[in-house]
Design a protein around this ligand. Structure first.
Ligand SMILES: O=C([O-])CC(=O)C(=O)O
Ligand SMILES: [Mg+2]
Length: 225
């Protein structure tokens, strides 16, 4: 059997769960999953104001080579987020507006690159959101094999094909597919709870009182003078 595979069938998180996760946003979802799954913040948004949640199509490329992104396009289904990694660190601009156009034509809603991106002005103008470790004009070739829809590590997190990937201005979080619906429920509870807190804070109530932190401050030896 070849070391390199393109896996075509992926179990996906239901669309209504993904829509719910996108509404909640990255930081809330991350808290709701026990502060897990946050990608390294050096993988950053190239735009501001985008907020997406999709099912992961994962791509493992040779550094400096975007052949496998092309191979991944036909596995994309509407609502997917494409997560691109390289087998050793690379900041080369391996995806730009042409590949984004191709991915978007197959329904991809965004891309995460633990690598470099280019054509950022065009990507912003297209409204195709991207998060990347680097912006670089450095071109890549199409020569080396890799894999599509295998487990990858991006931004220090293991991402399996079909996991829920949520991305916005705060960064990126991955939720294992089996937990996505439970995490959405917890995120909604958290948001409801924060609404009540926001009202109290807006009215001037102190966090030290609302969270009953005075005994802790005292126990920690913090003196009020
Ligand atoms: O073509 C490439 O190699 C990457 C790129 O700039 C694009 O996708 O537009
Ligand atoms: Mg280009």
């Amino acid at each position: 059997m070849s070391r390199h595979v393109v896996v075509q069938h992926v179990e996906r998180v239901p669309a209504e769960v993904l829509h719910g996760l996108a509404e909640q946003g990255v930081s809330t979802v991350h808290e709701a999953d026990g502060r897990r799954g946050s990608l390294d913040p050096s993988v950053k948004p190239i735009q501001s104001g985008a907020r997406i949640a999709g099912s992961a199509v994962t791509v493992s490329c040779h550094p400096g080579d975007n052949l496998m992104i092309h191979a991944a396009v036909e596995t994309v289904r509407p609502g997917d987020v494409v997560v691109i990694t390289t087998t050793s660190p690379s900041t080369d601009g391996m995806l730009g507006e042409l590949l984004a156009t191709s991915l978007a034509a197959h329904g991809a809603i965004g891309v995460i690159l633990d690598a470099g991106v280019r054509d950022v002005a065009e990507l912003r103008a297209m409204g195709f959101p991207a998060w990347a470790r680097a912006i670089s004009p450095q071109g890549t070739v199409k020569a080396s094999p890799g894999s599509v829809n295998v487990p990858v590590v991006a931004g220090g997190q293991v991402i399996n094909p079909g996991d829920a990937v949520v991305a916005d201005d705060d960064g990126i979080v991955v939720i294992p597919r089996e937990r996505a619906s439970t995490v959405l429920d917890a995120a909604r509870d958290r948001t409801a709870n924060e609404a009540a807190k926001r009202e109290r804070l807006a009215a001037g109530e102190l966090g030290v009182d609302m969270y009953q932190l005075r005994p802790l401050l005292e126990q920690l030896g913090v003196e009020y003078r």
